[in-house]
Design a protein around this ligand. Structure first.
Ligand SMILES: Cc1ncc(C[n+]2csc(CCOP(=O)(O)OP(=O)(O)O)c2C)c(N)n1
Ligand SMILES: [Mg+2]
Length: 352
């Protein structure tokens, strides 16, 4: 059986030989809040796959198994801190009170899926790999210049660490000692490219050294270890000590997206092993061993999340069809004359 590296930071034990640890400052209420966030993300993801199969949303980037990285890190932020998500964290805004229907609308390609980043301190979902890293670095540097206490966190994958924009953003943040957390979800695949073909570095966290910042490696399936490592990075950033690179190691055990067929390249046995130790179940086990989660509580949280999804898809589907003029509306400061003719032509074709 293949396992994740031994040297990763962990808090949650295995209910057997490896004992459970604990995180200072997390009481029963915080532990259950974290559980609620995990279940919300898991439910969002599982329902989205069904909605995709039913033709109710478009192509969707599955994040099953990534919930601990997302919830653990967001819980370590203050509300005023800014989140820069990639497509893998499309639903992270839910943890900031964004309606489910907004995120579903985004995946439906509907303008109701656009939001004002300042409403939630969540930037737009970034689909180009790594291009939001310099945005987050610039934002964080700007906050520092203005004397704001806000910290920024940018989420990206293992593949993104091969992109120029990752290096440009990391370098800028290092030099300016910007209050930034570079959060790398190392799920060991960039679509069909394995980590071994991505980099010759033995650990992605080693890249931090070249930019003069600390790099930490944590078990990405351990929500408490992710929380603790991110909290330390946020504290450093807020204290003026600059950026940190957090490498959360996991293994992608779902397709890259609904348009992907991983059976063409992935080891099915390894996927099964990873699915057996998925992050929501690991945390549930921890809470039960601690005696803070009952069956009734777990059922209540799951039903709450399912109800939010039912309401969310109904609200997204109730959105009126957008007018086709939106295709051009925000593209040009000064629309030129032919645009009107183009729009008329578009309407004619669509009505035909
Ligand atoms: C600049 C750019 N190049 C290529 C792509 C196509 N693409 C989409 S996802 C992906 C893999 C990214 O892998 P990784 O950074 O590990 O993130 P993960 O999907 O595993 O979370 C690629 C190459 C893209 N979206 N943007
Ligand atoms: Mg990846």
């Amino acid at each position: 059986m293949q396992v994740l590296p031994e040297d990763l930071r962990r808090v949650i034990g295995d209910g057997d030989a490896v004992p459970d640890g604990e995180v200072e400052g997390l009481g029963e209420r915080e532990l259950l809040d974290l559980y609620r966030s995990l279940v919300l993300l898991r439910t969002y993801d599982e329902r989205s796959l069904v909605y995709h199969r039913q033709g109710r949303i478009g192509t969707y980037a599955i994040f099953w198994g990534h919930e601990a990285m997302q919830a653990g890190s967001v819980h370590a932020l203050a509300d005023g801190d800014w989140i820069f998500p990639s497509y893998r964290e499309s639903a992270i805004g839910l943890l900031r009170g964004m309606p489910v229907s907004t995120v579903l609308s985004w995946w439906r390609g509907h303008p109701a899926g656009w939001w004002n980043p300042a409403d939630y301190n969540v930037a737009s979902i970034c689909v180009p790999i790594g291009t939001h890293v310099p945005h987050a670095a610039g934002f964080a540097w700007g906050a520092k210049l203005k004397g704001d206490s806000a910290v920024a966190i940018a989420y990206f994958g293992d593949g993104a660490t091969s992109e120029g924009s990752f290096h440009e953003g990391a370098n800028l943040a290092g030099v300016m000692r910007a209050p930034l957390v570079l959060f790398c979800n190392n799920n060991q695949w960039a679509i069909s490219t394995p980590l071994s073909a991505q980099t010759a570095a033995s650990a992605l966290a080693d890249k931090a050294v070249g930019y003069g910042m600390p790099g930490v490696r944590v078990d990405g399936g351990d929500v408490l270890a992710v929380y603790e490592a991110t909290r330390e990075a946020v504290e450093r950033a807020r204290a003026g000590d600059g950026p940190t690179f957090v490498e959360a190691v996991t293994y992608r055990c779902a397709p890259h997206a609904t348009a992907d067929d991983p059976s063409a390249y992935i080891d099915a046995e390894r996927v099964e092993e990873e699915r057996a130790r998925e992050c929501v179940g690991r945390y549930e086990g921890y809470l039960r061993r601690l005696g803070v989660l009952t069956d009734a509580q777990a059922d209540e949280v799951k039903e709450w999340a399912l109800e939010l999804m039912r309401e969310g898809i109904a609200a997204a589907e109730a959105e009126p069809e957008p007018d086709v003029s939106l295709v051009f509306e925000h593209a040009y400061a000064e629309p030129w004359a032919a645009l009107r003719t183009d729009l008329d032509e578009l309407r004619r074709v669509l009505d035909a």
